[in-house]
Design a protein around this ligand. Structure first.
Ligand SMILES: *Cc1c(COP(=O)(O)O)cnc(C)c1O
Length: 386
């Protein structure tokens, strides 16, 4: 089935691992060649229509109309594409990117496999909209077992999964998916392209929310699709132009500006998650601690093979909604908020959003605060929560 999409290079285990370090790549990603008198990152270009050449019309310039063309957006796409090792299209949000890929690729009668423990709104979209369109929707847990993939057109996995943080072996799964003639899509939101390069690990296409750690300042919504298939990229591009689910110029510029510090932000977030999980693991009043970086976490063996760095997100269970409230009331550096990957440490009781997690289940996202301050604060808040 995937014969329909041509890939510009071998799909499996392509050795495109970058030569330059992550910090260097982030600082330079997508920037134009230095031009005297020009800024490092050109400011946002605000335009709906652009001037056209009266004779050549749209052929005379790369920019005709803002829904399909925007130079600020193209620079961001170059940056994210460099980091993922593919060609990228950005969307107005992660949901716009993921639902866009699913709607652009899947037809009535197709079967799709989605994570049963992944991002809840994607599952809800599948059972409502996709199933309503005549797509056969199947769910599998991130760690498997995966169903028989015969006749399946696309498998979407989220790894590490949000919020459970399970990890699936991507090269092994890619082999199975490709043997069945299906496409493998990987939601790379939690890891970010610095934490995991799914296209190098056998995935055909990456989808992600750029709202989270990628941009990391809790001030914009963004999504993207990245692939090495020219045909799939053009299918996705045509979908985006037809539906108009593009980010605005200012958000695209802010996102690109934020990418420069991704390596630094992730480094502190990971260090904080590492220290915090040690504290939490040593406490008898915290259950179900999950972080792929913990040596005894079930996801650890696969995570150390395929993640380039551990995420700043962890999860645990405080037993009841009340105890979570007491913990958040007592904490000074952990604020109640959904989303994750931002500069500020946040905690989210997922059940309050209708997620199928236990009432005391907390997803905690480490910010870039000083590690010692965060550890002291969380310890004191847990003591106060009783
Ligand atoms: C947040 C999230 C999304 C959706 O992204 P938005 O930018 O909020 O639309 C999709 N997948 C995962 C894993 C997420 O965490």
């Amino acid at each position: 089935m995937t014969d329909e999409y041509q890939f510009r290079s071998p799909r499996q285990h392509e050795q495109s691992t970058p030569v330059l370090g992550d910090g260097t790549r982030c600082v330079h990603a997508g920037l134009p060649e230095p031009t005297p008198g020009a800024p490092f990152l050109p400011g946002p270009v605000f335009a709906a229509p652009y001037h056209l050449d009266p004779r050549q019309g749209p052929e005379g310039s790369p920019n005709g109309y803002g829904r399909s063309d925007n130079p600020t957006r193209r620079l961001l796409e170059a940056a994210v594409g460099e980091l993922e090792g593919g060609d990228c299209r950005v969307f107005a949000s992660g949901q716009a990117a993921i639902t866009g890929l699913l709607l652009a690729v899947l037809r009535a009668g197709d079967a799709v496999v989605l994570p049963s423990d992944g991002y809840f709104p994607v599952r809800a979209f599948a059972t409502d909209t996709l199933a309503g369109n005549g797509v056969e929707v199947q769910f599998a847990p991130t760690v498997g077992p995966y169903p028989d993939l015969d006749g399946v057109r696309l498998v979407l996995v989220e790894t590490p999964a949000n919020p459970g943080l399970d990890v699936v072996d991507l090269p092994a799964l890619a082999e199975r998916v490709h043997a069945a003639g299906a496409l493998l899509a990987v939601d790379n939101t939690t890891a970010t392209p610095l934490g995991q390069r799914p296209l190098d690990l056998g995935a055909d296409v990456v989808v992600a929310s750029g709202t989270k750690a990628l941009t990391g300042h809790s001030d914009l919504l963004l999504g993207y699709v990245a692939t090495r298939s020219v045909d799939l990229l053009s299918t996705v591009t045509a979908w985006r132009t037809a539906t108009g689910s593009v980010p605005g110029a200012f958000d695209a510029w802010l996102a690109h500006r934020s990418l420069a510090t991704l390596d630094l932000r992730l480094a502190r977030q990971t260090a904080n998650a590492d220290a915090l999980t040690r504290l939490l693991a040593a406490r008898t009043d915290v259950d179900g601690l999950r972080w792929p970086g913990l040596p005894d976490d079930p996801a650890h063996p696969v995570a150390v093979r395929q993640l380039r760095r551990m995420p700043g997100v962890l999860s645990f269970d405080l037993g009841s909604a009340d105890r979570v409230v007491r913990f958040l009331d007592a904490a000074r550096l952990v604020v109640a908020a959904t989303s994750f990957g931002g500069l500020h440490t946040t905690a989210d009781r997922r059940a309050q959003w209708g997620d199928d997690t236990p009432p005391g289940f907390v997803r905690l996202s480490c910010g870039v605060e000083d590690t010692a301050d965060l550890i002291a604060d969380v310890g004191a808040a847990l003591d106060a929560a009783g």
